[in-house]
Design a protein around this ligand. Structure first.
Ligand code: HEC
Length: 238
């Protein structure tokens, strides 16, 4: 019994030494995943930019806790500045007490910076020029959406009485998408283009209105707006 006890204590000692050495390794290279892991235990909030490559870790605020306006503005400003470095993966940390910001670029250890503009990186505001291939794909996708809208606009099956949109609005005439949002007497409130599209589906066409995120509604809007290329936007105009 006694020898088993000794062996057990010995094993614990070895495990503790191992744990200490692993900890020491971690401390010497403070990489991003480490900090995020540590951060999860403290009170922090992680805000990710829309390109998914930039993160700001804000210390002192829990996930889901609204930050005070001044802090929120600071985070938004930092994210906007970081977005200028298009290609890089950047994690920034706003410490609760220090003034300098900590930055980790492409997984490297954190460095302290006071002005992001001085980073040894290429600023690429707005990104690289688009390639011909990208432009062809985007145009094809857009045309597909507009063509779908054109077909629905000329198809009576949105309604129940055989009438289609084009019979009253040839080439989307008199739809005035550039004047939305605006107050509509029919709906008795400020309406978006989709509200008037639904009004026409329900009234002259006696059909069932579409939900806002229905792909047919999106396609109809795309077609109607595409017919007004170059027209000046004048929300509220009657
Ligand atoms: C029977 C004829 C008729 C049909 C069919 C019809 N509309 Fe209309 N549409 C009207 C009238 C009338 C108005 C009201 C004009 C107004 O008072 O501003 C209108 C208004 C609109 C407006 C707002 C125009 C503006 O100046 O603000 C849009 C957008 C619109 N229709 C889209 C459509 C769509 C999309 C369809 C097919 C789903 C459709 N309409 C079918 C007659 C029609």
């Amino acid at each position: 019994m006694k020898t088993t006890h000794k062996m057990f204590m010995g094993l614990i000692a070895i495990l503790m030494m191992y744990a200490a050495s692993v900890n020491a390794d971690n401390n010497s290279a403070t990489n991003v995943s480490n900090v995020i892991q540590q951060s999860n235990e403290q009170s922090v909030q992680i805000v990710t930019a829309c390109d998914g490559k930039k993160k700001v870790i804000v210390e002192g605020y829990k996930e889901g806790e609204p930050m005070p306006e001044q802090k929120a503005r600071e985070v938004a400003k930092l994210l906007t500045a970081l977005m200028g470095y298009c290609e890089e993966e950047i994690t920034a940390k706003i410490p609760e007490t220090e003034i300098a910001i900590q930055l980790s670029i492409n997984g490297d250890p954190f460095i302290s910076v006071t002005a992001i503009e001085e980073l040894p990186l290429v600023l690429v505001h707005g990104g690289k020029p688009h390639t011909e291939r990208e432009k062809r794909i985007w145009a094809a996708e857009l045309n597909r959406m507009i063509d779908t809208g054109y077909k629905i606009f000329h198809d009576p099956t949105l309604g129940t009485n055989g009438i289609s949109c084009d019979m009253c609005h040839p080439n989307a005439s008199n739809t005035h998408p550039e004047t939305y949002p605006k107050f509509q007497t029919q709906t008795k409130k400020a309406a978006l283009l989709r509200d008037m599209i639904n009004w026409c589906i329900e009234n002259p066409q006696e059909g069932k209105k579409l939900s806002d995120d229905d792909p047919r509604m999106k396609a109809l809007e795309a077609y109607i707006i595409s017919e007004r290329t170059g027209v000046i936007l004048e929300p509220g105009k009657h």
